[in-house]
Write a protein that binds this ligand. Structure first.
Ligand SMILES: Cc1cc2nc3c(=O)[nH]c(=O)nc-3n(C[C@H](O)[C@H](O)[C@H](O)COP(=O)(O)OP(=O)(O)OC[C@H]3O[C@@H](n4cnc5c(N)ncnc54)[C@H](O)[C@@H]3O)c2cc1C
Length: 298
């Protein structure tokens, strides 16, 4: 299959306040800047903001973010409403793959992926962690060779996880309430034989190990349940290229928002609390200026 390719100086992952501010500063430096992410998945998209400097009055988060997209685009940043599924180190930088199949080679990366809600919050979930319930397809797929599994989630993390699991498990169900993935991932789900189930999960049941998943209107017999909510998490993506993650699952950065991997920076909630727009914006600015400085020295 023919694949689309592009290259950039700075690739920002995430369309929240941290990523948008990074895009504004990076694009104004006249280096090629690409931002991959969807505003609707920013933590701020669901919120109102009343404590951001110089904006007096309550503003809808989504409106605030849309202003940031227009502003970043006006300075020349290319905004791609996609999700990053994979990153590997390449010659002189990093190769990134998105859910549409686009391959982007980038000299520097800025992680601005926010925090990720991992837990489903249903009965049986905590009880069966490590006994059939997993939060990482890449880590645990091998344990389910020839078994029946369900993957739960609406986004690219769940869909790509289900496709990967289909190479191991005898049967894979993808359980979602509102599946929102690219056409490419939909085709992959179909061709790998993943069965789509629509519905809300009520409970995970079993004996010593997971045995079944209770949905609102049906029951499915499974040996494993993979909870993959949202998009591909920063922890998986960043740790794959060797970025240090702390014990609480946040990316470790220094004063210039640099990580331990040269050319990789991070900003915002992904670096840890306090979870505030003002902090995210400040760190986004610093990360972009550091990436520019790094590239000019290269
Ligand atoms: C209900 C609520 C109320 C809040 N109220 C306030 C408030 O009053 N004041 C305040 O200062 N803060 C508030 N916050 C916190 C604030 O929203 C966050 O601190 C802020 O949004 C963090 O910005 P961020 O850019 O780091 O992450 P986010 O805004 O969460 O953005 C993360 C971005 O990364 C993208 N992303 C993740 N994974 C991938 C991937 N694999 N590929 C591509 N893109 C990816 C997401 O789609 C999203 O675009 C509130 C948050 C919530 C949820």
């Amino acid at each position: 299959m023919a694949r689309n390719r592009m290259s950039t100086d700075i690739l920002i992952i995430g369309a929240g306040p941290a990523g948008l501010q990074a895009a504004i500063h990076a694009a104004r430096s006249r280096l090629r800047t690409v931002l991959v992410g969807k505003v609707k998945y920013s933590g701020l998209a669901r919120a109102h903001i009343d404590n951001y400097c110089c904006i007096d009055g309550i503003r809808r988060g989504l409106e605030f973010l849309k202003g940031g997209i227009d502003q970043a685009a006006r300075f020349g940043a290319e905004i791609l409403e996609e999700e990053v599924l994979d990153i590997v180190r390449g010659d002189g930088g990093f190769n990134v793959e998105t859910d549409s199949g686009l391959e982007i080679s980038a000299k520097t990366l800025i992680f601005a992926t926010g925090t990720r809600k991992n837990r489903l919050g249903v009965k049986g979930e905590s009880e069966y962690v490590g006994r059939g319930v997993s939060y990482c397809v890449e880590c645990d797929a091998n344990f389910f060779k020839g078994k029946k599994v369900a993957v739960i989630g609406d986004g690219s993390a769940a869909a790509s996880g289900a496709v990967l699991l289909a190479a191991y498990a005898e049967k894979v169900y993808l359980v979602s309430e509102d599946l929102d993935v690219s056409d490419r991932l939909r085709h992959q789900l179909e061709s790998s034989g993943v069965e789509l189930l629509h519905g809300k999960v009520k409970e995970i049941q079993g004996g010593d190990k997971v045995e079944r998943l209770i949905l609102e209107e049906s029951t499915v017999d499974v040996d494993g349940v993979f909870i993959e909510l949202g998009q591909k998490g920063a922890v998986e993506l960043a740790s794959k290229i060797g970025v240090n993650i702390d014990g609480d699952g946040f990316i470790v950065t220094g004063k210039s928002q640099e990580t331990n991997i040269p050319g990789v920076f991070a900003a915002g909630d992904v670096c840890g609390p306090p979870f505030q727009v003002a902090k995210a914006v400040g760190e986004g600015c610093v990360a972009a200026l550091s990436a520019v400085k790094y590239l000019k020295k290269i």
